[in-house]
Design a protein around this ligand. Structure first.
Ligand SMILES: NC(=O)C1=CN([C@@H]2O[C@H](COP(=O)(O)OP(=O)(O)OC[C@H]3O[C@@H](n4cnc5c(N)ncnc54)[C@H](OP(=O)(O)O)[C@@H]3O)[C@@H](O)[C@H]2O)[C@@H](O)CC1
Ligand SMILES: [K+]
Length: 483
């Protein structure tokens, strides 16, 4: 599992560690790791041109000492000093190794630019001249290596309030920062390389985590000898309407491939006909009234994809949410509960799976604000509504009160196409029906959906149906990697 921390958590851990070590030890560890990554990127260090963007704090110090190491290996290293002050010992070390101070015009000549403007000590949008230097570095065409995090990205939230460095590689010290895992910050970080500086035992519980395939393999249920279709978990799907039949087909498709023992679909005439013809495996109930009385026992429900928002749909939502099993609420289901939040007051757990627009209706925040601070808003919604939140988008985040946020990094931009959310609902619902908690069902569902998207896309456009088809391959990829 990848664990990530806020700036305050990192700072506290660094202070505890620093107290036990000779002064400067941590910065030398950081600089050694940083210089090694830069040397790898350069290929040939001797004769290469390296420009350091140096801010006034220790982030600049890291860059100066890494620059010293590259200068000693024959690189031509130039430091652009951006701050009102500079890490003095670092600058002296660079100059002693043959490096020099240069004007910003050097940026255009660089083979590699090291961004040591600001790290975890930054606050707010980048000020001048930092903002201008960040823009020049982005425009230069050289490989940009961010020290600790790209300057302009908030370490704790991933917010980008103004200009920010767009890095090819971010060399982060001691531990991942949450802002490196969550968009928009994650998109600026490029590949993230973690340098171990010995913080380990001083770190608290993480602020956020990202599951790996191995974690997912350990969490998802596998049928045993004793399993039968009922014991493996039965999922109910209340989705689709006469206008939107496809959402029902896709949600049931995701559910059938998600490993539950059986999928029961309940709906109106048009979606029932579609689901029957696509999925003979599903057990289908044609509802002549908005009631789940005759559907049979299920261990979890998916409520909402394509359901519509009329009185009939509202009545059905009331019935599903009055049941005593976990309910995943998506799409039109979210519109219905946004209008009538009392529906969420129930004893069994609720998992909601909104995108930013749907979340904005639920918590009264504007959509752009949610996109800019995804984690913060997902957490707020989880706390205010008392549910588990899976916020879909460029990075999917799962928030539940009292637990570290889980960030999903398995996806691909090809997944942003119509209907993939319906497949995710079915898949995560199937995991709920198999007994996973909302937190695990949401994060494993998002992970497998991301891998299925990658398998289905393989570098080209995909359809939501392709994603559903690729789910077994995704499960195989995490449970038997390399096979
Ligand atoms: N501690 C350790 O053990 C280790 C720390 N390490 C490294 O130290 C880094 C943290 O160093 P740090 O605390 O000195 O802060 P840092 O991020 O360099 O910048 C702070 C200065 O920036 C400025 N500034 C702030 N906001 C700004 C803005 N919006 N726009 C423009 N300027 C802004 C402000 O300066 P001022 O305005 O006062 O001149 C402020 O004082 C960390 O990320 C890691 O790289 C590693 O070596 C491992 C060991
Ligand atoms: K930086």
């Amino acid at each position: 599992m990848r664990t990530a921390y806020t700036a305050d958590q990192i700072r506290a851990a660094e202070q505890a560690l620093m107290a036990r070590l000779p002064e400067g030890t941590l910065m030398q560890r950081a600089a050694a790791g940083l210089a090694a990554v830069c040397a790898d990127l350069l290929g040939r260090v001797y004769g290469s041109r390296v420009v350091l963007l140096v801010g006034s704090g220790d982030n600049g110090g890291d860059a100066l000492y890494a620059g010293e190491r590259l200068a000693r290996r024959g690189a031509r290293v130039e430091a652009v000093l951006a701050g009102s002050r500079t890490h003095e010992a670092g600058l002296r070390a660079l100059l002693d190794a043959g490096g020099r101070v240069a004007e910003a015009t050097a940026i255009g000549q660089a083979d590699l630019i090291m961004d040591g403007l600001v790290g975890i000590g930054a606050s707010g949008a980048l000020r001048e001249p930092y903002a201008r230097l960040a823009a020049e570095a982005n425009a230069a065409g050289a490989a940009v290596v961010a020290v600790d995090l790209p300057s302009g990205v908030d370490a704790s939230s991933g917010r980008v309030a103004g200009a920010a460095v767009r890095a090819r590689v971010t060399v982060t010290m001691g531990a991942y920062k949450t802002g490196l895992l969550v968009d928009p910050g994650a998109a600026f970080a490029g590949d993230v390389e973690l340098i171990d500086i010995g913080l380990g035992e001083h770190l608290p519980d993480p602020d956020a985590t990202a599951l790996t395939g191995r974690d997912v393999a350990g969490l998802i249920p596998r049928p045993g000898d004793e399993s039968d279709k009922y014991r493996r978990g039965v999922l109910g799907v209340a989705a689709g309407s006469d206008l939107f039949t496809g959402a029902a087909v896709l949600a049931v498709g995701g559910a059938l491939r998600g490993g539950s023992g059986m999928v029961r679909y309940a709906g109106r005439e048009a979606p029932v006909a579609q689901v029957r013809s696509h999925w003979p495996e599903a057990v289908v109930t044609l509802l002549d009234a908005p009631s789940i009385e005759h559907v049979g026992r299920v261990q979890a429900w998916v409520l909402g994809p394509g359901l519509g928002t009329d009185t009939w749909a509202h009545e059905l939502a009331v019935k599903v949410l009055a049941s005593d099993v976990p309910v995943l609420v998506d799409a039109d289901g979210l519109t219905l509960v946004a209008r009538d939040k009392a529906l969420l007051r129930r004893t069994a757990p609720v998992l909601i799976t909104p995108h930013a627009g749907e979340l904005s209706r639920l918590i009264g925040a504007d959509r752009a604000g949610i996109e800019a601070a995804r984690l913060e808003h997902a957490r707020r919604a989880a706390a205010e509504l008392g549910v588990t939140v899976l916020l879909k988008g460029s990075t999917t985040v799962v928030a539940e009160e009292g637990r570290p946020a889980r960030v999903n990094v398995s996806g691909t931009p090809w997944l942003s196409t119509g209907g993939t959310g319906d497949v995710l609902s079915g898949l995560a619902g199937a995991l709920l029906a198999q007994g996973l908690s909302c937190y695990d069902a949401a994060s494993c569902g998002a992970y497998l959906h991301g891998v299925a998207g990658r398998l289905a896309a393989d570098g080209a456009p995909l359809t939501a149906a392709d994603v559903a088809t690729a789910i077994p391959g995704a499960i195989r990829a995490v449970t038997s990697p390399g096979s």
